[in-house]
Design a protein around this ligand. Sequence first.
Ligand SMILES: Cc1ncc(C[n+]2csc(CCOP(=O)(O)OP(=O)(O)O)c2C)c(N)n1
Ligand SMILES: [Mg+2]
Length: 367
Amino acid sequence: MSVLQRDPRDQVRVLDEDGTVVGDVPDVDDETLLSIYREMKLARHFDTRAVSLQRQGRMGTYPPLSGQEGAQVASAHALDEDDWLFPSYREHGALHCRGFPLDRILLYWMGTERGNEAPPDVNTFPAAVPIATQTLHAVGAAWAARMKGNDEAFIVYFGDGGSSEGDTHEAMNFAGVFDTPTVFFCNNNQWAISVPRERQTASETIAQKATAYGFQGVQVDGMDPLAVYQVTRAAVEKAKADDPGELRPTLIEAVQYRFGAHTTADDPTVYRDSDEVERWKRKDPIPRLETFLRDTGRLDDDDVERIEREVQEAVAEAIETAESTPRPDPEEMFDHVYAERTPDLDRQYESFTALRERLGDEEFLSE
Ligand SMILES: Cc1ncc(C[n+]2csc(CCOP(=O)(O)OP(=O)(O)O)c2C)c(N)n1
Ligand SMILES: [Mg+2]
């Protein structure tokens, strides 16, 4: 029986909190397993550094991902090379697995829009800050690919909060009716800023909402990378089934927790207690997979040390690249709002240039 045929209220798990095998280990080669481990370590380290850059005034607002590495990294590894990934604003780890450069992610959160642009060979969409809008983009792109006869799957990430948006329901309804090759991946991290999961929906699970749209929904332990890989791979294969009757979308609800703040502008201690955070930290995806890899002879102390060194170097290099990239001239902000400047924008542009002339470039740019 496919893992997707389970009751959507019955959570899929492969490793328990201690990293002991309690389910069916998916068929994943060693290289992929080690890459999942390495990318999770990298995402965690990147996250720690990014938050500290923000604290030092070297970065704008940043949305941390710690705790969510298992869901992001393992799902991204379940994609095939030509597949497409549509992120929210928190998927730095998933993006990097697909080849999106770390320095661009930093650049974007440092305030340079250009950082949001994927290199030409990277099949990812830009970070979407307006909640859930990316679900419609992903379904539209998936539908277009299907009409063109392309054999590609489209994964779209959104949050538990995003699951309440009209866009998500329209996207899932359309996907169900037109059988678009879409994998809806809900990162249920228990909170939408300060709104808890129970205030988001009265459904027992988010996964079961798929039933209403006529396709399969599955709930997975989102902090168990092997379980996440297993369900995402099954969903990707279903999105690319040869038999047109079998090609269907899927909704995955990955149950997890964000260890840190919603963004660096948020203080989670005012709405959740530290016991809750500690409870979820015991499910940390990184030590869980590390234990499994060590127990099965795939990883030892030397490997861990080497990976930690490589990860630190990669992140340090990305920070160096991002910080040495020239900042765009502020004037550019007027260029891309509309194809042509509106009268309102013209007026703003005039005050902008007047201020710049009055202060002189040096003072103006340091403001
Ligand atoms: C359309 C829209 N409404 C409101 C917001 C403000 N906002 C930013 S993040 C957020 C919460 C989203 O929570 P969730 O979907 O659970 O994702 P998470 O941040 O937990 O990853 C809200 C309401 C927004 N960005 N876009
Ligand atoms: Mg959330």
